[in-house]
Design a protein around this ligand. Sequence first.
Ligand code: NAP
Length: 305
Amino acid sequence: MENVIIVGGGCAGLTAAIYTARASLSPLVIEGTQPGGQLTLTTSVENFPGFPHGIEGPDLTQRMHAQADRFGARFEYGVLEDFEAFDRIQRVKVDGTWRESRALIIASGASARWLGLEQEEQLIGHGLTSCATCDGAFYKDVPVTVIGGGDSACEEALFLTRFCSTIYLVHRRDTLRASCIMAKRTLTHPKIQPVWNSTVQRYLLDASGMMRAICVRNTISGAQRELKVKCVFIAIGHTPNTAPFNSKLELDKAGYIVLKRGTQTSLPGVFAAGDVVDSIYRQAITAAGQGCSAAMDAERWLAAT
Ligand code: NAP
């Protein structure tokens, strides 16, 4: 029986690990398929306080990991498959094995959304991706597309300017959702060409099944045109990773975990933090802050029960 299991090794989970480890609770952190969370897919993080010149996302999470490790947090890789709650016992099934704890902190984050077009699954890794940091360097001196109009889309597009010849930024409206500073940087970059009021109709493949172009439709005129691109980077937001908690914890319509008091979920002893609960702010610093709150809430719960 563990004192506390933390599901997720991103900003929220790692901060919860630092705090619970420093409270001598010897937390067990279950890191999913993406240890370090979404920050590992990002480049320079310029808005995390304490780093006036920015810090690379993977570097930031590695530092948090080392900090939690230093105070005695334990880490295991595994995918959460199921969850059960009993009176004062939480059970999580990880890669086929049930683990028990007195308190549970869910920080399982969120995953990239896809457009849902035909052939999408087979194209992932063959000219379709959600991670410029991971795949951008493969597309040197060729045109590519980024889909979306938020900070992620701008960040992806700006990062891709290091490699690609042209970056078409395809957005379904004619104004970006991104913050002013990101939007300005993006729209003034000579390699980035916005394609406004446009949605992707289909992916066009070459004979070997690789991306060769996309067909985009103008939402106002209805006109369709082909954009010849070697890779499509999807950056249209995220879906919370809450499948194992469905019908066991209260979730909102979009699938985010609903918090009741502080970071406590609809079940006592089960706490949640970060992108799995937050559909509004979704920042590294807010996830870290909430991870700290969840650790303190869990610690108080354990002391009181
Ligand atoms: P987001 O802000 O939700 O933006 C998603 C974008 O994708 C929107 O422009 C949206 O269009 C578009 N979109 C959504 N569904 C679509 C669909 N089915 N087809 C076509 N387009 C679609 O998501 P995000 O950019 O991932 O950002 C999430 C949060 O992380 C935000 O709070 C953001 O500020 C933060 N973030 C910050 C940084 C940074 O500070 N450096 C970097 C990345 C992310 P509409 O605009 O029409 O809705």
